[in-house]
Structure formats: C-alpha cells, structure tokens
Design a binder for this molecule. Structure first.
Ligand code: KIV
Ligand code: NA
Length: 272
C-alpha cells in the first residue's frame, strides 16, 4: 500500500484481517509506526501522556492541532485520526462541525474521533453529511470520567444492552468505525458481530475487528499506572532513565565528552 487508506477502506475491513492502530503525538513516533499501522490516532491521551495532566479534560483544540500537525509530517501510508477534545463538540452539531472542520483543515487528518453513543448520534450524522468522517468511541469514555464515576469496566450486566444500542446508533449515524474501551469480552464479541462497522478494541478482547493502544503505554514510556488491558512490548522508560544516569555520571567524572567528541584547534588537512 502506497497511499493512506480512506475511512471507507477501514470500514471495508469489517470481519477481515484485524485493523492495527496506535496513538502517536510526535513526528518521530509517527514515522516509526507508519509502515505498521493502518491508522494512527492522535489521542487526547496526549494530555496525560505528554503534558502531565491528571485527566483528558484539560486538553485543548490547539493542543490537538499542534500534535496532529506533528504526527501528519511523519506519516506517508497510515491514515491519521485526531481526537476531538472535551468541550469542542458536545454543545451542538454546529459547534462540533466548526471545530472538526478546523482540525481537519489545519492537520490534514483523514477523520476525527469523538466520545459518545446514542447521545452523539445526531452530531455524528451532521458531521458525516458535511464531509467529515467520524470514528466513534464508546464504553469507557475518559472525557466523561466525572459522570461515569471512575475508570471502571463498562457494559457489565444490564448495561450491556445500552452499550450495544450505542454501537448500533453510531453505526446508523454514519461512523466508519467505533472504538470499544474497557468492555467485557463477551459483550465486545456480541457488539462486533451485530454492528456493520469495525470495532476497534482497547481492553475489549481479540474478538474486535482491530486494536488500538496508547503507544507510550505499550513501549513502557508511560509508567505512572498500567491499566490491565495494556501489554508492555518494551521498557523504554527504564532504558531512558539508565541512559540519563550514565550520562550524569560521565559528566561528573569528566569521562564525557571524550576525544572523539571534541574539536582540534586547526581544521584537519583535506585528503588528496
Ligand atoms: O486518547 C486516546 O488515546 C484514545 C485511545 C485510547 C482510544 O482515545
Ligand atoms: Na481519546
């Protein structure tokens, strides 16, 4: 594949080879995942992962645009999806369109993602009808943490029927895919079987049509806490700290910089 998939290409992967996605917030990280991911998500998790915010609620549209622009510069093959931050779309379909259009225009995103099920269906339809592909996000929706009452598993017991209705509503509204976050395995499988668009799981089992993880979580760079659904494929945070400690020691003992890092008084003779 030479060019980025379109949202319709992602939609067409329903039931096929699982869709691969990670978050990215910077150009170099986008570059190294470009060949391996079908789409890259500029998640509002950037607020917690890179900016040290206590939740995603403080993330602004300017932050999403700046990181979206950085990620886009690192991508040639993967599609980019940018999260709409808290407060930028909930008020009305019109507000959502205005901010989604700005994100699309200023970042070159292929789609936006927003949180919510039945309550956001009208907004999703409004955006899609006006040329903005939308990825939905249901289950644990971190922007609603203050009304959900914590980061707990969503859809257990009788709440399962409501989550299935949410998935059906966003699909009917025209979303091209839906993220299922922190949903029990059986329910995730049932939603995946019953909705016509791909489900992208995070803490929702291998039964989904694709998976997404926060890249700093799976690389072991973000270690303040580790949700059960995260698998660490590397321990880059530990390696980075060890490198910093080694550097500090070598500076203090004048072992660094060494001869190969310094400059002579005269430029070396040109080779003939
Ligand atoms: O912000 C984010 O990283 C996300 C994914 C975890 C789905 O929304
Ligand atoms: Na998000």
């Amino acid at each position: 594949r030479k060019t980025a998939p379109l949202p319709d290409d992602i939609r067409a992967r329903k039931g096929g080879t699982p869709i691969v996605s990670l978050t990215a917030y910077t150009t170099p990280m986008a570059e190294l995942m470009d060949a391996h991911c079908d789409f890259v998500l500029v998640g509002d998790s950037v607020g917690m992962v890179l900016h040290g915010l206590p939740s995603t609620l403080g993330v602004t549209i300017e932050m999403m645009i700046l990181h979206g622009q950085a990620v886009k510069r690192g991508l040639q093959r993967a599609m980019m999806v940018v999260d709409m931050p808290f407060g930028s779309y909930e008020e009305s379909p019109q507000q959502a369109f205005r901010n989604a259009a700005r994100i699309m225009a200023e970042t070159g995103a292929g789609a936006v993602k927003l949180e919510g099920g039945q309550g956001m269906a009208e907004t999703i339809a409004f955006l899609v009808a006006r040329g903005i592909p939308v990825m939905a996000h249901i289950g644990l929706t971190p922007q609603s943490i203050n009304t959900l009452g914590g980061y707990k598993v969503q859809g257990r017991g009788s709440a399962g029927a409501r989550l299935l209705a949410d998935a059906q509503a966003v699909a009917a509204a025209g979303a091209f895919a839906v993220v299922l976050e922190k949903v029990p395995q059986t329910l995730a499988g049932r939603i995946t079987a019953e909705v016509p668009i791909p489900t992208i799981g995070i803490g929702a089992s291998a039964g989904c049509d694709g998976q997404v993880l926060v890249v700093d979580d799976m690389l072991g760079l973000f270690t303040r806490f580790k949700p059960k659904f995260v698998k660490r494929y590397a321990t880059l945070g530990e390696q980075a700290e060890a490198a910093v400690a080694a550097y500090a020691e070598e500076v203090r003992t004048r072992a660094f910089p060494a001869d190969e890092h310094v400059f002579a008084d005269a430029a070396p003779e040109a080779k003939s």
